[in-house]
Design a protein around this ligand. Structure first.
Ligand code: NAP
Length: 293
């Protein structure tokens, strides 16, 4: 298929690369120059990339970025044509997603929100999980593309519901990681080190994918970004915003957002969200350490 892929960050670049490797005709665009993908053409603007494409696939930072890429100067809207399909793998507001979909439907363009879970490793290995909202017949057409970049697709309902479910997923990741980080910090302060705690966690019902993924990085003190803290904070805020719109109270997430705010003030926004543990450690006056699991 002819695919315009817009946004070559931690996630977008390997996704576009996997699409090109699967034999699709890919044209990429990125806001900052200098990023490209082997086997893909490079366009000078979103409008240029989208011209003549069957699929226009976005993976950019946030709601504002999606709005700019779609409707800003030289945006996708300038070259949209009847029958094209927009796929958005950015994690953004469900309400804005429905608004964007309505705007492009006037031109006969279908809109599928397809945020992902699986992080940097999932994007690189082609094992992402797509959390999808949109018409079933359109999603069926996209299945070979999802298969080239991921391992599973879950359809949550109509457009916007993929984003809604994704926010509910990241709410859990933020809270599970916070629980893990607080537990390791308390245990360390009470004299039980992380290496002694981890086999216990692994053997019990506390075990989780989040812990499996993050524990080795914490033990190595490697907080380089897989999922940057600034993006997890963005998702926490999106979840709180959606909760406010729906009149839902999320007290634990509100508290965790304060920790992300303080971590940002400490200059950790471009580190992985796992770096939030360093605040707990600072307050406790200890460091959680160990050799990599
Ligand atoms: P990233 O590495 O920070 O990349 C962000 C991309 O968005 C870059 O291509 C950036 O362009 C572009 N961008 C930012 N603001 C823009 C704007 N105003 N206009 C146009 N382009 C703009 O982020 P990422 O990790 O790839 O994440 C992309 C999306 O996937 C986010 O919504 C994130 O929440 C979601 N996600 C990430 C992960 C993960 O583990 N990293 C996992 C699941 C979902 P420049 O290169 O010019 O900065």
């Amino acid at each position: 298929m002819r695919i315009a892929f817009l946004g070559l960050g931690i996630m977008g670049r390997p996704m576009a690369s996997n699409l090109a490797k699967a034999g699709h005709e890919v044209t990429v665009w990125n806001r900052s120059a200098g990023k490209d993908v082997e086997g893909a053409k490079t366009a000078t603007s979103p409008a240029d990339a989208a011209r003549g494409a069957e699929i226009i696939w976005l993976c950019v930072a946030d709601t504002k970025a999606v709005e700019n890429v779609l409707f800003g100067p030289q945006g996708v809207h300038e070259s949209l044509a009847d029958g094209q399909i927009i796929v958005d793998s950015s994690t953004i507001s469900p309400t804005a997603t429905r608004r964007f979909a309505e705007r492009v439907s006037a031109k006969g363009v279908q809109y599928v929100d397809a945020p992902v879970t699986g992080s940097k490793a999932g994007a690189e290995n082609g094992t992402l999980i797509f959390i999808v909202g949109g018409e079933e017949s359109i999603i069926d057409k996209l299945k070979p593309l999802f298969a080239a970049t991921g391992k599973k697709i879950f359809r949550m309902g109509e457009t916007g519901k993929g984003e809604a479910a994704k926010l509910a997923m990241n709410l859990q990741i933020a809270l599970i990681y916070e629980g893990f980080a607080e537990a390791l910090t308390l245990a360390a302060k009470l004299g039980v080190n992380a290496e002694t705690m981890l086999p216990l966690i692994e053997a019990s019902m506390v075990r989780s994918g989040v812990v499996d993924y993050k524990a080795p990085f914490v033990l190595k003190r490697d907080f380089s970004a897989n999922f940057p803290l600034r993006l997890m904070r963005k998702d926490i805020r999106l979840a709180l915003e959606a909760a406010k719109e729906a009149r839902v109270k999320l007290p634990a997430l509100e508290t965790v957002e304060e920790i992300y705010e303080m971590a940002t003030e400490d200059g950790h926004e471009n580190l992985d969200y796992a770096a939030t543990i360093t605040l707990l450690e600072k307050w406790a006056g200890i460091e959680v350490k160990g050799t990599a699991a």
